[in-house]
Design a protein around this ligand. Structure first.
Ligand SMILES: [Zn+2]
Length: 234
């Protein structure tokens, strides 16, 4: 037994960490999920399907032209995948994002699924939400994917702001109605004629991703999508 493993064992007794899926104490070798919860996760393998068979690409048919689309896991309510993503988004477990990327990025690289992509952008988080959460839950996942695909990663190009029609004298209810979240592309030239990979945590209705894609395509980009998880819900 090495000094390191003894240290790890002592550390795990003093500071046990728990499975994000079922709550049982984890052995120090397992970062977030126990073996049985790990086995419950279902991979989509969308990156191995043809475009016509790929449900994630089909989700955007008739809305916006998407080149390639993939997600690592199926997202189902009440299951381990939901608890894992919730821990990342709502319980300060930011490093779950990198862990998912370490699992997924080599598969994407190996199959050349996103060959031709030359820029990676995360779906932006509104500054207020980011301040409250302390981080954008997509950052570690997206930047690790970019690093593995060996393409630049930019967080400053696509931003989200609250758009206020300055009508301060109006009744507060009307004021609320008149404020909406707005996507901003800070430098359209930086994405023009590029193939951009937009990254998000979960794709459900696809509304946010479609909105981002439409903006980028309008500025002359081609768009592909990658998410941690895919939900069948519309
Ligand atoms: Zn478990």
């Amino acid at each position: 037994m090495s000094f390191l493993s003894i240290f790890k064992d002592i550390f795990s007794v003093l500071y046990p960490h728990y499975c994000l899926g079922c709550g049982q104490i984890l052995s120090p070798q397992l970062p977030f999920l126990c073996t049985s919860c790990l086995h419950e996760l279902r991979e989509t393998n969308f990156h191995l399907l043809s475009d016509e068979q790929n449900p994630m690409i089909r989700k955007f048919w008739g809305r916006v032209m998407i080149q390639k689309a993939a997600a690592l896991l199926y997202y189902d309510k009440g299951t381990v995948s939901q608890r894992l993503i919730h821990a990342l988004k709502y319980h300060d477990r930011e490093e779950v994002g990198r862990w998912i990327a370490q699992w997924y990025a080599p598969k994407l690289k190996e199959t050349d699924y996103f060959k031709g992509v030359d820029l990676v952008l995360p779906v932006p988080l509104h500054p207020k939400k980011k301040k409250k959460r302390g981080y954008n839950q997509v950052t570690l996942f997206a930047s690790y994917i970019a690093q593995t695909l060996q393409v630049p990663y930019r967080e400053d190009l696509l931003l989200k702001h609250t758009y206020n029609t300055a009508q301060a004298k109006k009744h507060w209810l009307e004021r609320q109605r008149s404020s909406a979240e707005q996507l901003i592309l800070t430098d359209p030239e930086a994405i023009s004629a590029r193939h951009v990979l937009i990254v998000d945590d979960i794709v459900t209705t696809g509304a946010t991703l479609a909105q981002c894609a439409t903006l980028l395509i309008g500025a002359g980009a081609q768009v592909s999508l990658v998410c941690m998880a895919y939900s069948n819900d519309e």
